[in-house]
Every structure is written in C-alpha cells, then in structure tokens.
Design a protein around this ligand. Structure first.
Ligand code: SF4
Ligand code: SF4
Ligand code: FES
Length: 401
C-alpha cells in the first residue's frame, strides 16, 4: 500500500493512491531529468520544430532560458529530444508468487499476500464471495473488529477473520461449517439486540435472515440513554443488568453542525470512521474510540462538539459507515420527514469541478435534488474518499427553480 502525504491540506483523496501526475517526477535527487517537462511546466513541445537543446524559447521570454532537453540522457546518451518525449514511465506491479489454498475443498491459486476474503471474492463461488463483512471495505486496510467474516482454517484452534488473514501455501479453508455459521449468527444477533441496524445495507438485513438471527431472544431493548450519558461513563463503572431488558447503545442523535449528524444508536463500533479519519484516508485524527467494553464509543478529543474538534468535514467517515450512524444533515432531515426514497434514487458519475485533481463524484439524486455525494471506492484518484468541497459543496449546481 502506498500512502499519500499526510500534510495534504485540502483533505484531498488519495490515502491509498500511487504517486500520480503532479506527484513528483520520481527522479533521484541530483539526477538530471528531461528539461522539456520541467522547464516548460509540463507543456508539450513540438517534437519536429521545437527548439534545439539550449536554444531560447523565442516567445518573448528570456531568450537565454533553456527549453527542451538540456542534458545528455544518462540512460541513452544518443537519444534525441523526439525519442525522449515518447518515453513515458512504465508502470509495473510488483512480482508476486502464487500460493495454493483450498476453499471448501476446491483448490485455487492466488497471489501471495492475498487475504482469504480476497480469494473468496476473486476465485470463490457466488456463495463464498457473499461472505458477510461489516468492518471491511475494499478501500481500507483490514480492521479486524467485527468478526462476522470468520472462517475455519484447518489446524487452527480459533476461527480466523477472512478479511485480515493472509492465504498461505497449502491452507485449507472452510467457509460454511456449523461452527462458522454459529459464530456469524452470534455476532449479528448481539449487534442487532443492542444497536439500531434498521439503516444498515440491504446485505446486512439479508445476512440476518440467512443466518437465522433472533435478536428478540435477549428481551425487549432497554430505553435509550439521556443525551451525553454514555459519553460520561467510566471504564469499569457498570450498572448490573437486571436481565429484564437487553442493554442497548440507544441515545439521542448528535446534531452540532450544518453538514452531518452522528447517530450513535446505530454505531456497531466497527472503527471504520476512525481509520478513515486517520491513516486510511484523511490523516486528521479527529475521532477515536473511548471507553471500554459495552461502554466503548466513538468520540472527539475530550468529547467536544464537532465544530470545536479537529474535524475538517471531509465526510470520509460518513462514506465508510456501514450502518447509517453517520449521515449528511440533508439525509437525516429527509428521513425524519419520512421523505427519503432510496428506491427512486439515481446515481450520476461526474468529475468534481472545484479543483484540478480530477475526483470522480457520484451524485445521488432523489426527486430532482442531490441528496448525497460519494466517490467510487475503485477510482484511482479518490479511492472513495473526498474533501469537504466535493462531499458537501453541491448546492451551486442544484437547480431548484
Ligand atoms: S468529517 Fe469525519 S473523517 Fe473527515 S475530519 Fe471530520 S471526523 Fe474525520
Ligand atoms: S460511527 Fe459508523 S463507521 Fe464509526 S464505528 Fe460506528 S458504525 Fe463504524
Ligand atoms: S469484516 Fe472481517 S473482522 Fe469485520
């Protein structure tokens, strides 16, 4: 994985992107590079009639200023300007050894370094590729928090998280044993008994059905906590449960800014938002986990409100949240007004016009209005992450009549 410069000031995407155009020449220090691309600011030079090495530009600028290649090509000294301009970087991926693993009895070969989940996605059957995940995302490093993706690995005592465990040569994996199904059901059941999962993806609802989740067997949910009460809890200071109700993380929605809300009644503590705000994308570190055990929660530093925190409102935490705990104020208001219509939503991909980085934007439109903006996780520029302008700055293109 290649990480971007953490000092990126516009909250720009690219937490995982390779150094791209504009990201530096890549030439070793003190090593002469092609003057055409550097001295002319990258502008194209006419290969046939362009100035010879060392000649002036002839455009009113300093006639003595060098334009075009001014040094001998260290790789091929006999190569002229025309040939050199045709030579671009050759991007080669790393050479990776293949390893053989068995997925439910079927042998497959995958590149060394692949996770079991990679193998299931790339080489597994449709059922194997549908392995449930909550804390995993294709544009993030494995977090390994929820354990809903577990599989059996032959010879291992404990179940392994498929999203994080790397394939090894000769490894035998079982994905649908009773032990696996029981463990996945327990994870989903305990979450559903204590967290409002009603706005999680349709996949989550389907998995709950397929694994026979019965959250009601823990009893009716306890009433929600008062605003801020969970945030003031201290590790080890728990009230003994009376067994009559199921403990929950229910609490009022936090609305302290104009852009997004934090509805921690829906938080499963998957840590995705923390890592998106940190080393996976944004490098702002405005939020982190606080507390222990059932009292663990996502918090700003000293539990201050978002406007007083380090948050720069890039919304990358919203983009990765799997349960709807984090969402735009606009989506929250529409849902509260029972005017949220995902079944009618269209998604149009375009390019952000705020700057020249070239981020792809997906405009989510309901009833003629943009309701959310995301970016594709596989887009080479953003890797699914945006800045505040791309994420929230769409009002100027909204034709509201
Ligand atoms: S919007 Fe979310 S990811 Fe972005 S800086 Fe604020 S807390 Fe971090
Ligand atoms: S707020 Fe969302 S992304 Fe963050 S830990 Fe909770 S469920 Fe995960
Ligand atoms: S998806 Fe693998 S541990 Fe959460």
């Amino acid at each position: 994985m290649t990480t971007s410069d953490s000092t990126d000031t516009h909250g720009a995407p690219g937490g995982k992107g390779p150094a791209g155009p504009g990201g530096g020449s890549g030439a070793p220090e003190g090593f002469p590079i092609d003057g055409a691309s550097e001295a002319s600011g990258g502008a194209a030079v006419d290969e046939e009639s362009g100035p010879a090495p060392g000649e002036g530009a002839g455009n009113g600028a300093d006639p003595g200023a060098p334009v075009g290649p001014t040094v001998v090509d260290p790789v091929a000294p006999g190569r002229g300007p025309a040939e050199r301009l045709q030579v671009g970087p050759v991007m080669l991926g790393g050479i990776r050894r293949m390893v053989g693993v068995t997925l439910d009895g079927t042998e497959v070969r995958v590149p060394e370094g692949s996770t079991i989940l990679d193998a299931l996605h790339d080489q597994g059957s449709p059922a194997q590729a549908d392995t449930p995940t909550l804390c995993w995302a294709p544009n993030m490093d494995p977090i390994n928090a929820c354990r809903v993706c577990v599989v059996e690995v032959e010879g291992a005592r404990a179940l392994a998280p498929s999203c994080a465990r790397k394939c090894e040569d000769g490894m035998a994996v079982t994905t649908d044993s009773e032990k696996v199904r029981h463990s996945r059901r327990m994870v989903l059941e305990l979450l559903a008994s204590s967290v409002d999962m009603s706005q999680a993806s349709t996949d989550v609802a389907r998995w709950m059905g397929e694994y026979g989740v019965d959250a009601a067997r823990y009893g009716p949910p306890a009433p929600p906590s008062a605003a801020g009460e969970r945030d003031r809890r201290h590790a080890g200071h728990h009230d003994a449960p009376d067994g009559a109700v199921a403990a929950t993380v229910g609490q009022p929605v936090k609305i302290d800014n104009d852009l997004y809300v934090r509805d921690y009644s829906r938080c499963i503590m998957c840590y995705k938002c923390v890592n998106a705000c940190g080393t996976d994308a944004q490098f702002t570190f405005a939020i982190s986990a606080a507390g222990r055990g059932f009292d663990a929660r996502i918090a700003t530093e000293y539990d201050v409100e978002l406007p007083d925190s380090a948050c720069v409102y890039c919304g990358n935490c919203i983009g990765v949240c799997p349960t709807g705990a984090l969402k735009s104020v606009r989506e929250h208001e529409l849902r509260e007004a029972e005017d949220w219509h995902p079944e009618e939503e269209t998604v149009t991909t375009t390019v952000c016009s705020f700057c020249g980085v070239g981020c792809n934007l997906e405009m989510h439109v309901q009833q003629g209005s943009i309701v959310n903006v995301t970016s594709p996780a596989d887009h080479s520029v953003t890797h699914g992450h945006l800045c505040i302008k791309g994420r929230f700055g769409f009002q100027h293109v909204q034709n509201l009549g």
